[in-house]
Design a protein around this ligand. Structure first.
Ligand SMILES: Nc1nc2c(ncn2[C@@H]2O[C@H](COP(=O)(O)OP(=O)(O)OP(=O)(O)O)[C@@H](O)[C@H]2O)c(=O)[nH]1
Ligand SMILES: [Mg+2]
Length: 319
């Protein structure tokens, strides 16, 4: 955070410590890019039908000990001209969303991206090439041809580029984690390990194959209700995602996070601590997807538990 901003904040607020955990993020991009849908997925673990945003949605989003105030700005031409500068100028983080199937407007998107960068020259930038679930989505190379990321390296500005889908959630949480870390002043935020309390294997039709509670018996019984709630949430999500082969999500359950990935017939999920990096958990279960089918053929019980214990001993809860 710039010195001037810090000074202004400490003047405005008596409690400077808590102010430091509040970050503002502006989400911009042309109309229809998927900004509101992305926010819905991140905030409510939901894929809701959206309407064009005529103005601005302001949402508060708590994630990994930070509180984000997110400005979701409408992308239609008049809004770009009147609203963007006002909100982009003071944002701590910038998210630009591109509809990766809207090739006709790539040049326009690039131009608006440039304009926005001119309004705010410091905030870390997350560039999301959205809608990769659609067949005609542009490849990373196609997007990189239109958007000049080299400039960020030249001025040493923090940025990240990711392809994602707000619909299936794919790759969205990884990039959001990147932004969280960039904006956090708390260098103690865990960056590598997570604390896995247990997990599930489901069939994609919603039938449960395994539930695994980890830790000592006392810890397990303490979390039994949490796991029941998680089970319901997974079923709800799978109904919503039944037509999609791949999906990822992050669902808040009580004080914990439930992370889920679906690949074809198999659904894996783990419950982790509330400040743990979801990206790491997603990586773990994606790796397990490969092994679990093999293990199924030989051993039918406690597959997930064993794989976690064998491969990720440092990530599972001990007490
Ligand atoms: N297939 C697919 N459709 C998406 C995805 N993200 C958004 N959409 C759809 O794209 C349309 C526009 O999404 P919005 O989130 O309203 O777009 P926006 O960027 O907020 O648009 P404005 O508010 O007008 O600036 C909606 O019909 C969404 O359902 C995605 O990842 N995949
Ligand atoms: Mg919108």
């Amino acid at each position: 955070m710039s010195f001037l901003k810090k000074l202004m904040r400490s003047r405005d607020s008596k409690d400077d410590e808590s102010e430091d955990t509040k970050k503002t993020i502006a989400i911009i991009g042309l109309d229809g890019a998927g900004k509101t849908t992305i926010l819905g997925r991140l905030l409510k673990s939901d894929y809701a039908l959206t309407r064009p945003t005529f103005g601005i949605n302001i949402e508060i989003y708590k994630y990994r000990s930070l509180e984000f105030i997110v400005y979701d700005l409408g992308g239609q031409t008049p809004l770009r001209e009147t609203l963007w500068e006002k909100f982009v100028i003071s944002a701590d983080g910038l998210v630009f969303v591109l509809d990766s199937t809207d090739r006709k407007r790539f040049d326009l998107a690039a131009e608006e991206f440039n304009n926005a960068l001119g309004y705010n020259e410091n905030a870390p930038v997350l560039f999301l090439s959205n809608k990769i679930d659609l067949e005609n989505a542009a490849s990373a190379d196609e997007v990189l041809d239109v958007i000049d990321f080299g400039r960020f390296t030249r001025v040493q500005r923090k940025y990240s580029f990711a392809r994602c889908s707000a619909l299936t959630g794919e790759l969205l949480f990884e990039s959001w984690d990147w932004l969280t870390l960039e904006l956090s002043d708390d260098k103690n935020l865990p960056t590598t390990n997570v604390k896995i309390y247990g997990g599930y294997i489901f069939d994609s039709d919603g039938s449960e194959i395994e539930t695994t509670l980890l830790g000592k018996p006392k810890t397990q019984s303490k979390h039994a209700t949490l796991f029941k709630k998680g089970n319901k949430e997974i079923k709800k999500y799978l109904r919503m995602m039944e037509h999609y082969d791949r999906a990822e999500t992050l669902i808040q359950v009580d004080e914990k996070q439930l992370v889920l990935t679906k690949e074809g017939q198999l659904v894996l999920s783990v419950i982790i601590g509330e400040n743990d990096p979801a990206a790491r958990a997603i990586q773990i279960i994606k790796n397990l997807h490969k092994n679990i089918e093999r293990k199924f053929e030989t051993e039918k019980t406690e597959c997930l538990k064993q794989l976690l214990e064998d491969n990720y001993p440092l990530d599972i809860i001990k007490d």
